[in-house]
Design a protein around this ligand. Structure first.
Ligand SMILES: [Zn+2]
Length: 185
C-alpha cells in the first residue's frame, strides 16, 4: 500500500489537496488553508477528509461498519490480500455501487447492531456482497450459515448449481446421503 503514496501528490481527498510526499506521509493543504502532514493511507480510505475544520467523515463516525466494508473489498478485489483466494479468486464481488462508495454501502446495510455482529452474505453464502445479500450477523448466525455451506459441499454440487436450483435444506441432505451411498458401493 505504501508504494502508492507518492502518486497521491496533486490529488484531492475531500477538502485536502496533497502537495508533497515525505517518505511515509504526505503534506496536504486543507481548503481552509492550513497545511500539515497526514497518513496517506487514512486519506485514501476516506478516514481523513479535512484538517478538522469540517465534520468528521461518515467513515470515522462508523469505524466498525467501515472496516467491514473495507475488508470485503480487500477479500474480493485485492490479490495481495490473504483471504483473496477464497473470495476474489472464487468469483465473489462487491457490488460496483458499494465498491466505489462507503456511503452507498452504509445507506443500504446500516451500522453494525453490536460489536458481536459481522458482515455476512445471506441468503446466498456463495453470492456477492450486493444489495439483498448482505446482513449483519452474530457468530451463531454465521455458524448456521456455514453448516449450510458444508451441506452444499457434501452434496457434491457446485455453489453455482446450488444457487441456480435454490435448493432446500432437506434436498441437500438427501443429495449428501446419496453421494455417501454411492461411495460405499
Ligand atoms: Zn481545514
Amino acid at each position: 500500500m505504501r508504494q502508492h503514496t507518492s502518486h497521491m501528490v496533486g490529488k484531492v481527498y475531500g477538502c485536502l489537496t496533497v502537495e508533497a510526499f515525505t517518505g511515509k506521509r504526505v503534506v496536504a493543504r486543507c481548503a481552509c488553508g492550513s497545511a500539515r502532514e497526514y497518513d496517506g493511507r487514512d486519506m485514501r480510505r476516506g478516514r481523513i477528509i479535512s484538517c478538522g475544520c469540517k465534520p468528521q467523515a461518515l467513515t470515522a463516525r462508523h469505524p466498525k461498519a467501515f472496516r467491514a466494508w473495507w475488508g470485503a473489498i480487500q477479500r474480493c478485489h485485492n490479490p495481495n490480500y490473504k483471504a483473496y483466494a477464497t473470495y476474489g479468486l472464487a468469483g465473489v464481488r462487491v457490488a460496483d455501487e458499494w465498491k466505489d462508495s462507503f456511503g452507498a454501502f452504509f445507506a443500504a446495510v446500516g451500522d453494525t447492531p453490536t460489536d458481536k455482529h459481522s458482515l455476512d452474505r445471506f441468503p446466498d453464502p456463495f453470492g456477492n456482497y450486493e444489495p439483498g445479500n448482505v446482513r449483519w450477523a452474530t457468530a451463531e448466525q454465521q455458524a448456521r450459515n456455514q453448516r449450510r455451506n458444508h451441506e452444499i459441499w457434501k452434496s457434491g454440487l457446485s455453489a453455482k448449481q446450488v444457487r441456480r436450483m435454490r435448493m432446500r435444506k432437506a434436498e441437500l441432505k438427501y443429495r449428501a446421503k446419496k453421494k455417501a451411498e454411492k461411495m460405499r458401493l
